[in-house]
Design a protein around this ligand. Structure first.
Ligand code: KIV
Length: 266
């Protein structure tokens, strides 16, 4: 399903069914996600951390995002796919933001872009892209491209002034014409308050159950990362142990002449 109005219905809260989103970075996983019925895919710039091994999302380039987005599009041709604009591809000027978003749409064949923040320049960019015909997903709370300003991955919106700022940012994003907004690492009660005060679907990660949908980073969700266990993360399988044991068994069988057996030989 690639109809933005059906995947992310506006003004229909509470939604009949919540929206299940996962990140994805390659063709093979995209095929599985589509076949398993994920509502929507996010090609997140978290690929800088989980695929490329950087300590943050900051080094990711626009061309790298497009490379991964193209592979995901090939694997999930019928799923609504949003692509992150990476650090410094939209913050310098409105023109930069429009060109970056347009390049992603033209070259990846995906359906929408996402970028972080809720200040006046971001709202202007959302408004402009909507007018051009590029659907936008917003992202507030812990915005990882600003991790150096936050001083780490900390819960946002605890102080009264931050609470009000987040509320205003989310309202601004909705009013500017975004089809959805991600809330990352904010208290559940605040997420619920903001969610019920705007018409567009809200997608949470570390924001509790009151949002209209959830998103998780695919490799974290599969239990591949043994060093990452934040409270908000539920792992749906022990992927690391499965892969680890398979590799050990394979190497042992090759060494012992068990693989390939007659059934694997011509
Ligand atoms: O880059 C990403 O994967 C994201 C999600 C964590 C929402 O922005």
């Amino acid at each position: 399903m690639r109809d933005v109005n059906k995947v992310f219905p506006k003004g229909k809260k509470p939604l009949e069914k919540k929206i299940g989103v996962l990140t994805c970075y390659d063709y093979m996983f995209a095929r599985i996600l589509e076949e398993a019925g994920v509502d929507s895919i996010l090609v997140g710039d978290t690929l800088g951390v989980v695929v490329q091994g950087h300590p943050s999302t900051l080094p990711v380039t626009l061309d790298e995002m497009i490379y991964h987005a193209k592979a995901v599009r090939r694997g999930a041709p019928n799923t609504f796919i949003t692509v992150d604009l990476p650090f410094l591809s939209y913050q310098v000027s409105l023109e930069d933001g429009i060109r970056s978003a347009g390049k992603v749409m033209k070259e990846s064949g995906c359906d929408a872009v996402k970028f972080e923040g809720g200040g006046p320049e971001i709202l202007e960019l959302i408004y402009k892209l909507e007018r051009i015909g590029i659907p936008v997903m917003g992202h507030v709370g812990l915005t990882p491209q600003s991790v150096n300003v936050f001083g780490g991955h900390k819960i946002q919106g605890k102080a009264e002034e931050d609470r009000i700022r987040l509320l205003n940012e989310a309202k601004g994003i909705s009013d500017a014409g975004a089809f959805s907004v991600v809330f990352e690492l904010i208290p559940s009660i605040l997420a619920g308050e903001i969610s019920s005060s705007i018409p567009i679907p809200t997608i949470g990660i570390g924001a509790g159950p009151a949002t209209d949908g959830q998103v998780l980073v695919l490799y974290d969700f599969l239990g591949l990362n043994k060093d990452f266990h934040p409270k908000f993360l539920k792992t749906y399988m022990d992927g690391r142990s499965g892969v680890f044991e398979a590799v050990k068994t394979y190497v042992k069988e090759v060494k012992e002449g068990i693989f390939p057996g007659p059934e694997h030989s011509h």
